[in-house]
Design a protein around this ligand. Structure first.
Ligand code: ACO
Length: 360
């Protein structure tokens, strides 16, 4: 029961995570196939509406997003008032909280949620530029969600290969059952609170190193190892001290995380010639070998975060943007769960078992 392991707490149409077989299905479709055939916008439509959009519908759907990318002046003021000790995820949490919510508080609507989803990349990029001491680059309406994100960060139109890789990463990480952050969003929604509050709770949960904070630590690990000759000793030192290797292990998967597998292919396309890509493969192999030795009682495999780090590095994003970039994707899944929870709502109120003392 600790950590609610194995306890189903909601019925969902949104995704199935089969940890034994390593399968991930979004509304009846293989997530890895979607990642190589559909954009993030289209897959968000699938999650929220229940099917992929028709051609015309897709254009309309994307237009709804592009028109809502700019930040309101009040949000810009709040973001710009934050001190530099407020990192990217803390700023994103504050920024989302400050966004306007269009329409009634309850029940949440897709129209109101699009207004948030469309602005999350702009929040990330605005704050990133401020922390770098550079001027934020306003969003463009003629670019896709992925292309516009990279454009706002760099000021340059990204290559098609980078846009495709980011789209594939976002599709693969948009939704994943009742992970900790999605559960947080559903608990808040179940009280009939507003959608923004659900998203703020989810961001708070995602930022932890055991959840969405792992990919930047994966890059830290690769950097510290630096050379494949040092991998075995570095990994052994960590495991001997009882520490965890970031990018390995999962609550549900007892086999390879299918998202890791797909992202490895994406990374290979972009970076197969890079020495650091070869190092990542060697570190993975050594880590899996030692995890089998140190933890024979637990099936530990590479999880999505290991190759998320590799793909995002291959695209050229700095490490500080890994978890915020994951947040952009997962916002689609959180919103889908907020809508689903509201559709058939009952307050989520589990019990605790009292193990304290009693009055005399
Ligand atoms: N490195 C070393 N040992 C590990 C790891 C790891 N990455 N993951 C689990 N273990 C070990 C634990 O030490 C424990 O060993 P023990 O029985 O000897 O004490 C055993 O495996 C079971 O660990 P739990 O903590 O019970 O596993 P749980 O299902 O609660 O944890 C989690 C899942 C949090 C993801 C864990 O595997 C972990 O901490 N991984 C590293 C962080 C990471 O990569 N997070 C990203 C996950 S994917 C995502 O959130 C998008």
């Amino acid at each position: 029961m600790a950590g609610l392991e194995g306890v189903p707490v909601a019925d969902t149409h949104l995704s199935m995570v089969d940890g034994q077989r390593g399968h991930l299905i979004y509304r009846g479709q293989w997530a890895d196939k979607l990642a190589h055939s559909h954009s993030f916008e289209e897959v968000t439509h699938l999650l929220w509406v229940g099917r992929l959009p028709e051609h015309r519908e897709s254009e309309r759907w994307c237009r709804d997003w592009t028109g809502k990318r700019a930040l309101p002046a009040s949000t810009v003021r709040i973001l710009d008032s934050l001190g530099t000790e407020q990192g990217m995820m803390e700023s994103l949490r504050t920024g989302v909280s400050s966004l306007p919510w269009e329409g009634k508080t309850w029940p949440p609507t897709p129209e109101a949620l699009v207004g948030i989803l469309a602005r999350v990349p702009t929040l990330v990029s605005h704050r990133w530029h401020r922390l770098q001491g550079t001027d934020p680059i306003p969003p463009r309406e003629d670019l896709t969600h992925a292309a516009n994100y990279l454009y706002m960060l760099t000021g340059k139109e990204p290559s098609a290969a980078h846009v495709q890789a980011l789209d594939a990463y976002w599709v693969l990480t948009a939704e994943h059952g009742l992970n900790a952050s999605t559960f947080a969003a559903r608990v808040v929604t179940s009280t009939q609170s507003d959608g923004l509050s659900g998203l703020v709770a989810a961001i708070g949960a995602l930022k932890g190193p055991l959840h969405g904070g792992a990919p930047s630590e994966v890059e830290g690990m690769l950097e510290q190892i630096g050379d494949s000759n040092r991998a075995a000793a570095w990994i052994e030192r960590r495991l001997r001290r009882g520490e965890r290797l970031m990018g390995f292990g999962h609550r549900i998967y007892r086999t390879r995380d299918p998202r890791a597998e797909s992202l490895r292919v994406v990374a290979q396309r972009l970076a197969s010639e890079e020495p650091w890509f070869r190092l990542a493969l060697q570190v993975e192999e050594e880590a899996l070998r030692q995890l089998r030795q140190w933890k024979p009682h637990r099936e530990l495999h590479t999880n999505v975060e290991f190759y998320a780090a590799v793909v995002l590095k291959a695209i050229g994003l700095p490490r500080e943007l890994y978890t915020p970039t994951f947040t952009v994707a997962r916002t689609a899944g959180w919103c889908a769960h907020i809508l689903e929870q509201a559709e058939n709502n009952r307050i989520i109120r589990p019990q605790s078992r009292y193990i304290g003392s009693f009055p005399d």
